[in-house]
Design a protein around this ligand. Sequence first.
Ligand code: SF4
Length: 311
Amino acid sequence: MTPRPAPATADLLGTSPDDGGPTLRLSFSRVDTYRQCPLKYRYRYVDGLPERPSPHLSFGSSIHRALEAFWDRKLPDPPPLQTLLDALYDGWDSSGFAEVERDEQVRYYHHARDVLAAHHHRFADVALTPVAVEQWFRLPLPDGLEVVGAIDLVEPAEGGGLGVVDWKTNRRAKSREEVASSLQLAIYALAVEHLWGQPPAWVALDFVVPGVRVTVPREAIDTDAAVTAIREVAAAVRGEAFAPRPSPLCDWCDFRAECPAFAGEGPDVAGTALTELRRLRRRQARDAERAATLERVVRERLGEQALAELD
Ligand code: SF4
């Protein structure tokens, strides 16, 4: 089953959804952030203020990359455990561990290996050819609005149709009711219908740490309510309604030093910006040096024309 062609990643991401263009582009993360705190949305997505990468986020992105390598296959037989572990090693995201002890990163890495070993054990006997892995989508909605995102895994459902899976690295699984009310899964259900012309048979959150998949039938998902919620957020963003909404989650917010609800407290955003800029400049310098070396190799072996053809 082939989805309608996905647009290029750069096109999906665009330069900025808040650049005054006629289309407002949202994602589940953006909608979720706005509903958590409108001012956080503004700081993160409109002002582009930096946030400090956290160990948990790095752990999550590393696990996701490894799972992609495991599930992205053309044959039904699962690859060996070593494939997963190699993918973890190759794709380990260390950005969130810059400010913690090395032992802490090692602890997370070993935990990730254990989680992936358990995942492999769960699915080692499941012969299945996924329909899509990390499937990008652009879902048009009324009022010049579109929702973009990527679905972790689309698999053939038993008895026909499609099943949608999103991997989570929460420590505990959520209840069936919580999964059924997931805005993210509602968006994915709409996206599958848009891409494949049919709604999925079921949607699921797979909690890879406890090793539990919570599946609900498509009928349990209220997509109308999801569209209403997205349109409400879009209207508020367009109206520039960015008031702070303090909650217990403020304890983990990197913008407290900027936020009027917590003036002067929390991490220094300018300092974080400086650190990230310093890191990016170092990387640019390293990349430029490597590019110069490779240019020399290509020029010596293939000639100047080969370099000109790269542009
Ligand atoms: S500190 Fe709290 S209220 Fe302020 S921006 Fe962050 S989440 Fe919003």
